[in-house]
Design a protein around this ligand. Structure first.
Ligand SMILES: NC(=O)c1ccc[n+]([C@@H]2O[C@H](COP(=O)([O-])OP(=O)(O)OC[C@H]3O[C@@H](n4cnc5c(N)ncnc54)[C@H](OP(=O)(O)O)[C@@H]3O)[C@@H](O)[C@H]2O)c1
Length: 495
């Protein structure tokens, strides 16, 4: 068992590495500039949390004292123009702090790059950071990866949004450059294995998945796995990296300062030149994870309808390919929400009686005509419409049908989550929940969530969004009024 310090724990890779290191039996010190951002992570109570800026020598030295292995999972790409000098300074400071603190090994995850003189600023900077750490005097492992496949990874999110939102696109020449992407699961395996390397190892290793693909092939394969129609990708010669990065920040929610250096790096072919890492972390018997399986895993969380984590901010104990609540807002694919809360004078049990009997004969408490028209449209397009009603007017269990919904979760007295089975260009859920208020009465919370499928899904959400106020707002007011009416009946003195 080693004492390991992990930097970048608030980030994509670091946040997923910590539970893997704990599982491997290490004592983990999580180093963050703002550990407050780690609240809600299920591993937060099992690690030592240390506040430190890696660019501050004193703080970094204190954070690394008594540490056997220090993970450097830091970059400042999104910070704008001068990211290279910022990253150089941080790496120099960290290297010195590690040496002075007597750290046994540094492990750094950088970028895979070709041996050419004119690298993009991003890849040049990743390379420079590796060289600084290798020259630190502390035995260092540099792992060099291209696109990491997993929900929350900036380069994966960029590809996800471009493919999902654009059925047809024009792209620069780089769309046919070769890339060797790698699944987050395999990256983490290599990072964990690096902790046990013997002291004489001080070198860089290329790490990549089992397939070399062009960006065009990755988008086609992503679309196939996600069940989208084949994308039309037309290569044109005139798009400069700058123009295409502007375009990417327009189409995707990945912030411009982060997207720009990543897009500029796509002009390079990034393919592994060696697989020496296998001497320290042999390939698993089933092989490294292929592109399609990695994408499937990244999409699984949403397709299994387990979106509750995005709502409740609970920590996800699942696979590293899953989204985490601490991921940036733009990660995890589009998920639109219409959330409403209202105070109700009636107690929670009266509100719950209304919630659990929604649909069927009772209807949906707002605009009955609009609901009937929606049901009719659904039937015309081959969906179940409203005709299925419900099995029991009061009781509900998981898997029960309620009109064009199916019950996905019931917490009696508190929460009901319905998953839409109507024909939609995406996945939709409706969650109804009630909470008692200390001063009396209760709060009714209603959340409609939509995960759009392709461009049609985006257009659908934005075309119905203007009516949400009327339909969902009216529904909430109607349910609150019904609960108050029921409550008044039970409290009225009998004649
Ligand atoms: N994601 C990919 O596809 C990919 C591909 C290849 C290689 N990599 C490499 O993997 C490493 C981790 O990347 P990532 O995707 O996990 O990045 P990320 O999600 O953007 O996280 C970056 C982390 O760096 C931290 N940080 C920045 N400056 C710091 C400082 N001065 N002191 C302490 N912490 C600091 C940030 O902390 P705050 O929360 O305090 O800002 C954040 O936790 C990078 O070296 C990257 O080049 C990533």
């Amino acid at each position: 068992m080693a004492v390991v310090a992990v930097t970048g724990v608030t980030g994509y890779v670091g946040g997923r590495l910590v539970p893997e290191l704990l599982a491997a039996g290490h004592r983990v010190r999580a180093v963050a500039r703002n550990p407050g951002r780690l609240a809600g992570r299920d591993w937060a109570g099992r690690v030592e949390l240390v506040t430190a800026d890696a660019a501050d020598l004193e703080q970094a030295r204190t954070a690394l004292t008594g540490v056997d292995v220090a993970y450097y999972l830091i970059h400042s790409l999104g910070s704008g123009r001068r990211f290279e000098s910022r990253d150089r300074r941080t790496a120099l400071t960290f290297a010195r702090a590690a040496r002075e603190a007597g750290v046994g090994r540094i492990v750094y995850l950088g970028g895979l790059h070709p041996d050419v003189p004119d690298l993009s600023p991003h890849l040049e900077s990743r390379k420079e950071v590796g060289e600084i750490l290798l020259a630190s005097g502390v035995p260092t492992t540099v792992l060099r990866a291209a696109v990491i496949l997993g929900s929350g990874s900036a380069s994966f999110e960029m590809m996800r949004y471009l493919t999902e939102r654009l059925p047809a696109m024009t792209t620069p020449r780089w769309v046919d450059n070769r890339i060797q992407p790698i699944a987050i699961r395999d990256v983490l395996r290599y990072l964990v294995a690096s902790a046990d390397m013997p002291p004489e190892v001080n070198r860089a290793f290329d790490i990549g998945g089992p397939e070399v693909l062009t960006y065009r092939q990755m988008m086609h394969r992503y679309a196939a796995v996600a069940g989208l129609r084949r994308r039309v990708i037309v290569r044109v010669g005139v798009l400069t990296p700058r123009l295409s990065s502007l375009w990417v920040s327009l189409v995707t929610p990945v912030p411009g300062p982060l997207a720009r250096p990543l897009v500029e790096s796509l002009v390079h072919e990034v393919v592994c030149k060696e697989h020496d890492i296998a001497a320290y972390a042999p390939d698993p018997p089933t092989g490294l994870l292929g592109f399609d399986d990695a994408v499937r895993l990244a999409l699984a969380r949403i397709q299994e309808a387990d979106v509750a984590t995005r709502w409740s901010n609970a920590s996800v104990p699942g696979a590293p390919s899953d989204p985490l609540p601490s991921d940036p807002d733009w990660a995890g694919g589009s998920l639109y929400r219409d959330e409403r809360r209202t105070r109700v004078a009636a107690p929670a049990d009266a509100v719950w009686r209304v919630l659990q009997s929604v649909g069927g004969e009772r209807g949906w408490y707002s605009w009955p005509l609009a609901w009937r028209v929606r049901g009719l449209l659904d039937r015309l397009s081959g969906g179940p419409g409203l005709r299925r009603g419900r099995r029991d007017p009061v009781q509900l269990s998981v898997d029960d049908v309620v009109d064009f919904w199916r019950v996905e979760e019931v917490v009696p007295g508190r929460m009901l989550r319905l998953r839409a089975e109507m024909r939609l260009p995406g996945l939709a859920w409706l969650e109804l929940a009630v909470r008692p208020e200390p001063g009396g009465g209760s709060t009714l919370r209603q959340v409609a969530t939509f995960h759009p499928h392709g461009l049609a899904g985006q257009l659908y959400w934005w075309s119905v969004a203007p009516f949400h106020g009327v339909v969902f707002g009216g529904m909430q007011r109607g349910m609150a009024a019904e609960a108050e009416r029921l409550w008044a009946q039970t409290t009225a003195p009998s004649a």
